[in-house]
Design a binder for this molecule. Structure first.
Ligand code: PPE
Length: 305
């Protein structure tokens, strides 16, 4: 799906025209994958566009940079204001938002210490990543032949540009084999996450999702789902999940900012009951929460204007 342009992109402190938001071909991160990024959504609410858990996303961007030893030259508060200004400049009621901090033009070679850090924030309209009816219909998943990287090779807890080489290999493999998405196992064989989503698995009525230590990104949607699930009275646990747990799960779903919540209808052609009642209940509340329609979660919606 081609990107739909919007009027402005924030670059290093200024809103510039969409077509002017360009980088040099010798930009460091283009060659070495050394940047960090975020994926955020703004939703239409009765008070105008609200950015869902904006502060948490910007804090994670700073944490990703910290893991990488990168110094972002803008504070969390400055980037929160910049994100709101970018969303407001589009005039869109809802959109996807992509902040990125990257080593810019000026230095080549693997030493990032002398490199300048540039920051950009773009937003554009982006529909549900795994399809609009992903909760009802569910998606077909495949366990990837590609292993999620280990904490001591490429830290999966940091949302680093280069980490997504691994995700893209797995995603394309799954699509070419006729599946919708891939599930990544950690080097120890336990379930980590999907190429761009966290995974939840219901076994014996308990809702499990793999922890950071199993190679999962600490998802902000994952955290929202845990809170919503607990408030609905479900037993939500962050714990290890094995491949066999997936095949015999009572329900399976994946979640992320771009994908929102999507049921899984099969893993490696083993059918999973879909859509499951817990998945549906959580997805329903999540859909209202992001739009500011759930009083208990109003603080998650940070108004852009
Ligand atoms: N794991 C991975 C690997 C991941 O990329 C994401 C988000 C998540 C888990 C869920 O995290 P959160 O969005 O905080 O709930 N993936 C982003 C990028 C997707 C893309 O294709 O690009 C996203 O959903 O915005």
């Amino acid at each position: 799906m081609p990107i739909q342009s919007t009027p402005k992109i924030w670059m290093n402190g200024k809103l510039v025209d969409w077509d002017q938001a360009q980088v040099h071909v010798l930009t460091h991160t283009l060659h070495y994958g050394t940047g960090v990024f975020e994926g955020i959504r703004a939703y239409e609410t009765s008070h105008g566009p609200a950015v869902f858990r904006l502060t948490d996303h910007i804090v994670r961007l700073h944490n990703s940079a910290k893991i990488m030893g990168m110094e972002i030259p803008y504070s969390v508060d400055e980037l929160i204001d910049a994100t709101k200004a970018t969303v407001a400049s589009t005039g869109l009621p809802s959109c996807y938002i992509r902040p990125i901090a990257y080593y810019g033009y000026g230095e080549m070679g693997l030493n990032t210490l002398p490199c300048t850090v540039d920051v950009a924030i773009a937003c554009w309209p982006w529909g549900a990543y795994l399809g609009p009816d992903a909760v009802e219909k569910g998606v077909r998943m495949k366990i990837s032949s590609w292993t999620r990287h280990d904490h001591n090779t490429m830290p999966p807890a940091a949302k680093t540009v280069g980490n997504y080489v691994n995700s893209s290999l797995a995603k394309v493999e799954a699509l070419k084999a006729g599946y919708d998405e891939a599930i990544m196992l950690a080097p120890n064989g336990l379930v980590a996450e999907c190429t761009g989503e966290n995974i939840f698995c219901v076994r014996n009525g308990i809702v499990l999702t793999p922890p950071l230590s199993a190679g999962a990104l600490e998802g902000i949607t994952q955290s929202s789902v845990i809170t919503i699930g607990r408030d609905l009275g479900f037993d939500m646990r962050v714990d290890n999940v094995a491949r066999s747990d997936l095949y015999i799960a009572e329900e399976l779903f994946v979640c992320g900012t771009a994908a929102e919540i999507s049921s899984v209808n099969s893993v490696d052609d083993r059918v999973i009951p879909c859509p499951g009642p817990m998945t549906k209940a959580i997805a329903e509340v999540y859909g209202r929460a992001v739009r500011g329609q759930e009083d208990a979660y109003k603080d998650w919606c940070e108004l852009a204007v």
